[in-house]
Ligand binder design. Structure first.
Ligand code: CA2
Length: 145
């Protein structure tokens, strides 16, 4: 089984700026943690990050036939991107929405996720552990299908 992790804009800055909100863990640290858990679960993972909406749309489209599920931290595009929502709804793969912070406990504009209705579920608020939970959820969705 192969799970694709996609990360949206500014997540490349994790661990280097605003540690009071996003912590001191870098995206590379998170990837290492996910890889450790993936090995235990016996699944392959691929990790990507882009600041560009179109690139994320391309990656979602291209995942069909190459991956079994997607774990997606769309970052700010969560709240704005109809294009990403349309890509998710047509890819034919389970997509797990994930966030480091609890988007429902933050500013009003973060409460609405345009992608939530086309994802299998949402993990939000557990910091780096949200990625582990999203991995577990994606594997469970596929194994119980
Ligand atoms: O909590 C999350 O994972 C978010 O997806 C993070 C996004 C935010 O727009 C979403 O509402 C919730 C922001 C990611 C920006 O990450 C930074 C990391 C360090 C410094 C600055 C930004």
């Amino acid at each position: 089984m192969k799970i694709l992790f996609l990360n949206g804009p500014n997540l490349n800055l994790l661990g280097t700026r605003q540690p009071e909100i996003y912590g001191r863990t870098t995206l590379a640290d998170i990837e290492a943690q996910v890889r450790t858990r993936a090995a235990i679960l016996g699944v392959d993972v691929e990790f990507r990050q882009s600041n560009h909406e179109g690139q994320l749309v391309d990656w979602v489209q291209e995942a069909r036939g190459r991956f079994d599920a997607i774990a997606l931290n769309a970052a700010a595009y969560t709240h704005t991107s109809v294009a990403l929502r349309d890509a998710i709804s047509s890819v034919g793969l389970p997509v797990v929405e994930l966030h480091l912070s609890n988007i429902h406990a933050r500013e009003e504009f973060r409460h609405r996720s345009l992608i939530a209705p086309v994802c299998v579920g949402q993990v939000s608020g557990f910091g780096a552990f949200s990625y582990i939970l999203a991995l577990e959820a994606a594997v469970n969705v596929k194994r119980s299908a």
